[in-house]
Design a protein around this ligand. Structure first.
Ligand code: URP
Ligand code: ZN
Ligand code: ZN
Ligand code: ZN
Length: 467
């Protein structure tokens, strides 16, 4: 029996269009769109009708950078796949791509199997995986090919965190050469971790232990240097490159220069770099620890370059790098030594709203909002047009968004499993009202109607951004 839903009267916004249209959903997929009020739209019949008059009808968000349950600094990110994907749904995100981790001395297989075990049966919305490659050797290079066949088509390497996730230039080059052959996409954490570790040691020796020194030692120049080096290594390998969590003006300049040369180089930034700054890291009484992440928050002046990069398409994607650690008991591990503060910020629930606020603030257009939050991440990571748009054949991952509702972001009201909000007290206009995942209501008029296990593993094709 076919189940049908029709969404009537809303403004349908995709990366390319804004149209007043009714949307027909059949068996979890978009079946048709027709201009509201026309005979074609009137002819849509359904078991369930959602009135979206005065609202936006947008594709579910695609958050291409999350870390549920990530082991870091002797603890684990505080959101499980269950709590984190539920929070994602509350925030209008219907697909996450999380990072499975290869530990040094172990195989990619072990890492990906462990992440499947964490996620399977627990997710409220659909999910895929990237693979963090911490140990490049002949075996792992072969395993990259196999993972691509399983829909894990992107691999993160770290130029930071020596002794943990770090790869040297030779390991990076080898993985890039492999991805040039197998169609994989290397995602780079671009910070010169060897140099940073020297500066950390020197800062601590001077008694500079507060959270704000995390921002001072992880210098913008060391992000730019690593970004430049990653671009050159990718060029030598003949491989595309995606730089994650770009935060510095100087790093955006490296990406822009490479793109001007015609290189297949892409960049992601995150809401924390667009809305927060070193002022937060400097908050007294160790409160700055709430804002410790890497790359670090930068002085406010860097935000203009990031917004500009998003407008000029030198940056293509905004993901959250959602990696929450509670203040009590987790961030506190770094009292007296900023280098022991677990790195990461919560945000999977906040991204769509913050970027809508950016539309109202005049930073980006409505269609660019959908492009950087839904369509481009889906294209970049091989999920388009199943995810990231509203078009016949696409999964019916749809958000009814109220562009006029006011909200105040707060840990009191959010659904992420973390004891603070990075945006506590921030007023934004716009709010998710209803969320469908493959046609099923996960949020219904601001009530959770989903269930753990609805979300399924979603294999990905290789990067579709190049063609
Ligand atoms: O501080 C961060 N970003 N934590 C998560 C791990 C990473 O580097 O993305
Ligand atoms: Zn990173
Ligand atoms: Zn990350
Ligand atoms: Zn279900």
């Amino acid at each position: 029996m076919t189940t049908r839903t029709v969404i009537r009267g809303g403004l349908v916004i995709t990366a390319s269009d804004e149209i007043h249209a009714d949307v027909l959903i059949e068996d979890g997929r978009i079946a048709a769109l027709a201009t509201s009020g026309t005979p074609a739209a009137e002819a849509f019949t359904a078991d369930r009708t959602i009135d979206a008059t005065g609202k936006y009808v947008i594709p579910g968000g695609v958050d291409a950078h999350t870390h549920m349950e990530l082991p870091f600094g002797g603890t684990f990110a505080s959101d499980t796949f269950e709590t984190g994907t539920r929070a994602a749904a509350w925030g209008g995100t219907t697909t996450i791509i999380d990072f499975a981790v290869q530990s040094v001395g172990h195989s990619l297989r072990e890492g990906i199997d462990a992440w499947h075990a964490k996620a399977e049966g627990n997710c409220a919305v659909d999910y895929g995986f990237h693979m963090i490659v911490s140990d490049v050797n002949q075996e792992t290079l072969k395993e990259m090919d196999l993972l691509i066949e399983e829909g894990v088509t992107s691999f993160k390497q770290f130029m930071a965190y020596p002794g943990v996730f770090y790869s040297d230039d030779g390991q990076i080059l080898r993985a890039m050469q492999r991805s040039a052959e197998n169609g994989g996409l290397i995602m780079m954490h671009a910070e010169n971790g060897i140099a940073i570790d020297v500066l950390v040691e020197q800062a601590l020796a001077r008694g500079e232990t507060d959270p704000r020194y995390h921002g001072e030692v992880r210098k913008a120049l060391l992000e730019a240097e690593a970004t430049h080096r990653a671009i050159k290594l990718a060029q030598v390998a003949g491989a595309p490159l995606y730089v994650v969590h770009v935060s510095a003006t100087e790093a955006v300049a490296e990406l822009a220069r490479a793109r001007d040369e015609g290189l297949p180089v892409f960049g992601e930034t995150c809401p924390q770099y667009l809305f927060l700054s070193t002022d937060n890291l400097a908050e007294p009484d160790f409160e700055g620890a709430k804002y410790v992440c890497s790359t670090p928050l930068r002085p406010k002046e860097h935000q203009a370059a990031l917004w500009r990069g998003l407008r000029t398409n030198d940056l293509q994607v905004v993901s959250t790098d959602h990696c929450p650690f509670c203040f009590v008991g987790q961030k506190e591990l770094g009292r007296g030594d900023f280098s022991k503060i677990p790195n990461g910020l919560p945000g999977v629930e906040n991204r769509m709203d913050l970027l809508h606020q950016a539309v109202l603030d005049g930073h980006i257009s409505r269609r660019r909002w959908i492009e950087i939050a839904c369509a481009s991440p889906a294209r970049m990571f091989g999920l388009y047009p199943k995810k990231g748009t509203i078009a016949p054949g696409a999964d019916a991952d749809v958000v009814i968004y109220d562009p006029h509702a006011e909200q105040v972001m707060s840990a009191e009201t959010h659904h992420m499993n973390v004891d603070y909000s990075a945006y506590e007290g921030k007023r934004v206009t716009g709010r998710v009202e209803t969320v469908l995942s493959r046609g099923e209501p996960v949020i219904t008029e601001r009530e959770y109607t989903g269930h753990a296990g609805h979300g399924v593993y979603t294999p990905r094709s290789t990067c579709q951004y190049l063609n």
